[in-house]
Structure formats: C-alpha cells, structure tokens
Design a protein around this ligand. Sequence first.
Ligand SMILES: *Cc1c(COP(=O)(O)O)cnc(C)c1O
Length: 385
Amino acid sequence: MGQNTIPFNRPSLAGREIEYLLQAVDSGHLSGDGAFTAKCHAFLAQRLGAAKVLLTTSCTHALEMAALLLDVQPGDEVIVPSFTFVSTVNAFVMRGARPVFADIRPDTLNLDETLLEGLITPRTKAIVPVHYAGVGCEMDAILDVARRYGLAVVEDNAHGLFGSYKGRRLGTFGCLATQSFHETKNFSCGEGGALVINDPALVERAEILREKGTNRSRFFRGQVDKYTWVDLGSSYLPSELLAAFLWAQLEAWEDIQAARRRLWLRYDEQLAGWAERSGVRRPIVPAHCQQPYHMYYLLLPGLGHRQALIARLKQRGILSVFHYLPLHLSEMGRRFGGMPGDCPVCEDVSDRLLRLPFYTSLTKDDQERVVASLIESPVGEHDGG
Ligand SMILES: *Cc1c(COP(=O)(O)O)cnc(C)c1O
C-alpha cells in the first residue's frame, strides 16, 4: 500500500504559536498570569459573556477547582452522566462526594434530563452535565430541576467551546463551567484548561484557590498591601509559554472553526448514503443546538461490526477509535455500587460508537481516503456479535 497512516488525532498549528512562544521568552515572564494569559482571559470572557474566565493547567484541574468552590463535602452526591471522561467525576470524588450515575439520551448521548428528578436525594449537591461532542444538553430542563431543588450546575464543556444551546453559548448556563485545551480538543496548548465563572460571587475565591490559597491576585491589583495564606488552594495556573501557544490558536478561532465545520460536513454528506444502507447512525444535532464540530462519530449496529471496522480501517492505515466506557461499570464505579443495567443506553452506545480521524489539519485527500475505505466496507457482512 505504501500510503501514510492517517492518525485519529494530530496537533494542528494555527500559525503564530512559535512566534508567540519567543515573545513570551523575550518578555522575561515565564510563570503564570502574564500578558498572554491576560489576552486569553479577556478573549474567552468576552466571547462567552462570562463574569470571569481563568486559565488552568487542565480541564481536570478546573473541575477540581469547581468542587472546591462549591464546598463539596464527604457524603455529598453529585449527578454525572456515566458516558464521560473520568475527570468529570473524579474531581468531586476527590472531595469525598459520591457519584450518582445518570443514563444518557439515545439521540445526543447527553445526560438524560428526564431521569434527574429520580436521582435527587437530600444529599445531592450538584449536577454536572457534559455537552457530548459539543452538542448542548437540554439546559432548560436541567436548570429548571436545579433551581427547584437548590442544586449547583457545573458544565463540563471540554468538547463544547463556541457551541451554543438556543442561541446562548455553552459554558454560560452553570454557575461554573470547565474547558479543556488538551491536544485532542479544538483549541490546544498540549495540556491546559479554563474555569468559566458565571456567578460573580465565586470569582474572588476562584482566584485564591488557583493561587495556592493566597490572595496574590488582590495584591497585584493593589487591593491589599501584602499577600498571605487565606484559604485552601493549589497551583492551577499555567505558564505563560502555554498561554502564548494557546493565544495563537484562540486568535485564529474563526479559521479553526471554519476548517472543522468543512471537515464535519464533508464526512456527514459523503457518508450519508452508505450509513443509510448499512444501518449506521450518523450524529444527531437538534436544530436548537449549534455545535462547535469537535468530533465525528458513527453508531454501528453492534460491537462486532465496530471492532471489524476498526480492524479493517487499520489495515488501510486509518486509525479510528471507540470512546468512553461506562463509568458506572469501571473498577471505581463498581465501588460506588454501579451495576450492569443501571445505564442501559450508555452501556449499549459505548459498544457501538466509532470516532473517525478528525483534526483541524486533516487534508481533503486524507479525509476522502477515510470515506472511500468506509464505503468499501460492507458493515452487514459478519456476525455482528
Ligand atoms: C478532555 C476531557 C476532560 C479532561 O480534560 P483535560 O484538559 O485533559 O484535563 C474532561 N472532560 C471531558 C468531557 C473531556 O473530553
């Protein structure tokens, strides 16, 4: 064959990353909260319409900050979808919370909001919806339940930066939301994240937690004459080098999003006929959700079909991957009482979902090779077991 391998993900450069890295070095300020961090903060807060956005060293750390900010205590319960990345849950478990796993909707694969009320107990503290693939959860219903029961909402918006639900940006519905700038996300600095703070009452404490429990941010603003230890905290702020790299990507956000939109639509159009013939389901994006084109996935008829297709694509030098395994059935999930059958939609979908190569610099030729390989692969021709 002699063709190059098409990876599932590849870091993509927007153009000015190296130039900005050199500028950061020349500025003599390599630790956190310098000029590039300030640019990222202002851009994200303004684009989202949030009270404050703080860069963090990862989305995982932003979630840990959220658990600290909400004063999650041992024994508190947090409702999370079972179909998500481990950090959505772990950040709260680290404060002693007990995760309560919710099943997902069969269409968007987001937390099923109709199940929420049945999962609430007097110990419930928060709901943590995840906008899977950047397609918004049913936020009207989720916020309504949260309001009626006095619960906090923290959006894990790792996939959803610049997506919206009913015209409003994802990440602006909860009192807090978290973003990821990991290498696999739309915008990246390798490892990075952000905490989006929509409740202004949480801003000052967030700054303190992020600065090792000190009031250093107030000191730099001249609001106190020395800085000292005032609360819990850790080192959640990224270096200026990371912020400089990220700024090059955020600055080019429209180009990045336009490229991803083209790729997503090309997959969706070119695979439509094959999917229909093969019993393969394409992603469902409700009309009231604007997605940020984070990933392209397919739902195959069964586990056997999916594994056969992964193997067949691999033979052709194309790396496709499955996604989340149900968290309630993981080793940790079972320690919290998770049992097969608890989240039937999640258990079914996790066996059948396949993600295709998807990254900003994926070329049209490579993408067409992926499409051609799929179309030549008759999905029905094996046991499907
Ligand atoms: C990527 C991801 C995270 C973790 O992001 P990091 O920046 O790697 O910590 C959390 N939640 C979801 C849904 C993710 O996809």
